[in-house]
Design a binder for this molecule. Structure first.
Ligand SMILES: Cc1cc2nc3c(=O)[nH]c(=O)nc-3n(C[C@H](O)[C@H](O)[C@H](O)COP(=O)(O)O)c2cc1C
Length: 344
């Protein structure tokens, strides 16, 4: 979850607290926020990045800290914002940076802006495509050195790789645009390059937006085809989200509203999926897993609201989970006067 707290792309003390709190709460896996593979691949001036030695050292400090005290696996999301970059942080409005806010030139598949008041990006040339791919590879190398357990390519929410997939943002007439096979080509090339860099024994997945929620945009059917292609290249899981490519989107929000996309991709592409979006209750999460709609449930806001969510869910479902040594005494079975049903 983007924190907009980084300095020159480097994690700061805030990240120790932010990620540290989740690491002792026994989630199975804690993911970093979108971590940009280049300076101009950031959304804002305050985004996390992994494109310099300073960025790498700063993020390693956070991961080492989480490992020292925490009990969870650690994953990184590698990202490039494309035409949604050069933006203000949400607290300042989240719009395109104005001339006095140090904006930068953004890149995308085509010279199509995110919206009327957004920067018009430069269309990536062949050289540009090669450069961005190399930046993904270099950041992957850094992530492997830091020692993350898992990595995920951000191919969702309207960022660069998603911009290649969607016909709304990709209007190229070369072999990287047009029919589905061509629109998938660049994201698949980047995936392949990252897969061959990321340790073979560590999981690598992709977060996608299963639909743009706009007529004529990226669709569920295309997501299934993309998931199959990724699987054949050694992708371990698809993290299924939706939307954020086009401001015209109309999303029918509600509890678990993205679960059906995960279920369909899991069944039709025969690949492991994560589901995310308005999942807040332990039994809701449990039903999703036990009924085979996803292999993993991811929480964003629910976990920020309650960083001990996994402990509470384990308690409600009557299963054991891990605690950091220092917090072992708050476990309900340690004080049966308050939690008599846990006296065992
Ligand atoms: C503050 C915040 C920051 C987010 N940053 C990211 C991000 O860096 N990468 C990403 O893929 N999704 C990001 N998201 C989207 C969440 O991962 C998630 O898909 C979405 O919030 C829906 O899940 P939820 O209902 O559990 O919050 C962010 C969401 C929030 C609220």
């Amino acid at each position: 979850m983007c924190q907009y707290a980084a300095e020159n792309g480097s994690a700061v003390d805030w990240h120790l607290m932010h990620l540290g709190q989740f690491c002792m709460g026994a989630a199975g896996l804690v993911m970093t926020e979108a971590t940009a593979v280049s300076k101009t691949g950031r959304i804002s001036h305050k985004c996390l990045g992994l494109y310099s030695d300073e960025n790498e050292a700063a993020l390693k400090r956070v991961v080492d800290f989480c490992r020292q005290y925490g009990v969870t696996a650690m994953g990184i999301q590698l990202a490039h914002a494309g035409r949604k970059g050069s933006a203000q942080v949400p607290a300042k409005g989240g719009q395109a940076l104005s001339a006095d806010e140090n904006p930068w030139t953004t890149v995308a598949p085509s010279t199509v802006s995110f919206g009327p008041d957004w920067h018009v990006p430069q269309a990536l040339t062949r050289q540009g495509l090669a450069t961005v791919k190399a930046e993904f590879v270099a950041a992957t190398d850094r992530a492997a050195r830091i020692g993350f357990d898992l990595a995920e390519l951000h191919c969702a929410h309207g960022y660069l790789l998603h911009q290649f997939l969607s016909p709304l943002s990709n209007q190229r007439s070369d072999e990287y645009g047009g029919k589905l096979e061509y629109r998938m080509r660049y994201p698949l090339e980047v995936f392949e390059a990252v897969r061959s860099t990321w340790p073979a024994d560590k999981p690598l997945g992709v977060r996608i937006s299963a639909t743009d929620w706009v007529d004529g945009g990226w669709s569920e059917e295309e997501s299934v085809v993309f998931a199959r292609a990724l699987k054949s290249l050694g992708c371990d899981f698809i993290d299924v989200s939706s939307g954020a490519l086009d401001p015209r989107q109309k999303i029918p929000l509600g509890p678990g509203y993205q679960v059906p996309f995960s279920a369909r991709i899991r069944e039709q592409a025969r690949i492991k999926t994560w589901t995310v979006g308005m999942i807040t209750k332990a039994r809701q999460a449990e039903e999703i897993i036990s009924s085979g709609k996803a292999d993993m449930v991811a929480l964003a806001r629910g976990m920020m609201f309650d960083p001990r969510w996994a402990w509470h869910a384990a308690e409600e479902l009557g299963v054991d989970t891990q605690y950091s040594e220092m917090y072992a005494r708050c476990r309900p079975d340690q004080w049966p006067q308050v939690f008599p049903w846990r006296d065992r």
